[in-house]
Design a protein around this ligand. Structure first.
Ligand SMILES: Cc1ncc(COP(=O)(O)O)c(C=O)c1O
Length: 403
């Protein structure tokens, strides 16, 4: 992304308003390729399934497809998005606990791989397989303890009777093609990664089935500024640390085996976190019982981060600034807790821009239509501004209501 300065912001404001997201598609491409290469160095038969939910901007989804990655989706909405982005259904992996049954049938028939999450889903899919001549691609979401203090509600307890039953269904039903074991654990600390991989390897070893793919899920930290890293209680691992923690174990287990499955991870944040910035405008500065407060067109709901001070740059847009100590930047909503940044010390003026980095994951997709429709998303990577998502309007929000 080009360096953002007052001139660029002024031009963008004139055309798109006082708040917008800046998307960095070049950085996304770089992250994808770097993460892939880092794992491949240790275990070459490796690929990335991009977690759509984290940021389903079609531009990102299309880049993943172009770079040969898979689409990891968790709803029929996201599955449809992948198809609309031109993804071959065979490159779509559908996870998640609740799937629309009609869509499940439709997408299985197209060749989407469905990771089964419950026994009723397995039985439904078996019935589908029995009434078609097409081959349906399925996997099993696996659940085991990785000692991260979480009792996951997803998938099958690998030590349960239900697991035996689902394994039997996917391996013995004609027309069902068993593609992979899959898991996902949300905690991002790298210390839990060896356990998730060992769990998979132990399972493969115990059941004596080497699937085509082993999918160990997402849950990796992305790249971030040191100021943000410093606010976490744990170390922030880089791509290499995850690759070493995970791929090494897979490489070791399969080193003398002829059949080496494809290893997949399902990152969202790790590839997209640093690929969006949010730009807002300081509208008022006031003092309440000694505390300075700047109200911003922009909200904590736009940036997804809470409880931390995000990486933020203030760009002066006028000649009228003064120095402040411990000023809070707050959002446009009427929630008292809508704070973007706490205790800023430095110069500031009304109309200044605040540029907040690391807004790529769980931001746009989790922005509620609360108080205001959402701001536009722009890509300024090339020489021109590309409108990725236009500003939402009144009608975008209200056309589903009956007046
Ligand atoms: C099944 C699955 N895969 C991948 C991800 C992506 O996670 P992250 O953004 O932490 O990498 C999630 C997130 O919840 C998930 O549920």
């Amino acid at each position: 992304m080009m360096n953002i300065n007052a001139g660029i912001i002024s031009d963008l404001r004139n055309k798109y308003g006082d708040a917008f997201y800046l998307l960095d598609s070049e950085q996304f491409r770089k992250n994808f390729l770097e993460l892939k290469a880092t794992f491949e160095e240790i275990y070459p038969n490796f690929n990335i399934a991009y977690s759509y939910k984290t940021n389903y901007t079609p531009k990102f989804c299309k880049i993943v497809n172009e770079l040969g990655g898979y689409a990891e989706v968790v709803s029929e909405m996201e599955a449809e998005l992948a198809i609309r982005c031109g993804v071959n259904p065979k490159r779509i992996i559908w996870n998640g606990p609740i799937k629309n049954l009609k869509k499940l049938e439709e997408y299985l028939l197209l060749g989407v791989t469905v990771n089964i999450d419950s026994i009723s889903e397995a039985e439904y899919i078996r019935e589908l397989a029995e009434k078609t001549d097409k081959v349906l691609n399925v996997g099993i979401r696996c659940n085991y303890d990785v000692h991260d203090g979480v009792l996951s509600r997803f998938g099958f307890d690998v030590d349960s009777e239900e697991f035996k039953k689902v394994l039997e269904i996917v391996t013995k039903t004609s027309n069902l093609h068993f593609v992979n074991f899959q898991c996902h654990f949300a905690k991002r600390q790298v210390e839990y990664w060896p356990a998730r991989v060992k769990g998979m390897i132990e399972l493969v070893d115990r059941v004596g089935i080497v699937p085509e793919r082993i999918d160990i899920g997402g849950g990796l930290f992305g790249k971030m500024e040191d100021s943000l890293k410093a606010q976490f209680t744990s170390e922030i691992p880089d791509y290499k640390a995850y690759a070493e923690a995970a791929a090494t174990i897979v490489a070791e287990y399969f080193k003398d085996k002829e059949n080496k499955p494809e290893l997949l991870i399902e990152p969202g944040s790790a590839v997209v976190g640093d690929c969006m910035k949010f730009v807002g405008t300081v509208k008022t500065i006031k003092n309440v019982r000694g505390k300075y407060i700047a109200s911003v067109l922009g909200s904590q709901k736009n940036i997804s981060m809470s409880g931390v001070n995000p990486p933020m740059e203030v760009i002066h847009m006028t000649d009228d600034q003064r120095e402040y100590i411990d000023l809070d930047f707050v959002g446009f909503t009427c929630i008292e807790g809508d704070v973007l940044y706490k205790n800023y010390t430095g110069s500031l003026g009304v109309d200044d821009a605040v540029v907040i980095s690391n807004c790529g994951s769980y931001s746009l997709v989790m922005k509620p239509p609360f108080i205001l429709p959402n701001f536009p998303v722009l890509d300024i990577c090339g020489s021109q501004v590309e409108v990725i998502k236009r500003a939402e309007t009144f009608d975008d929000i209200f056309h589903t209501f009956n007046f």
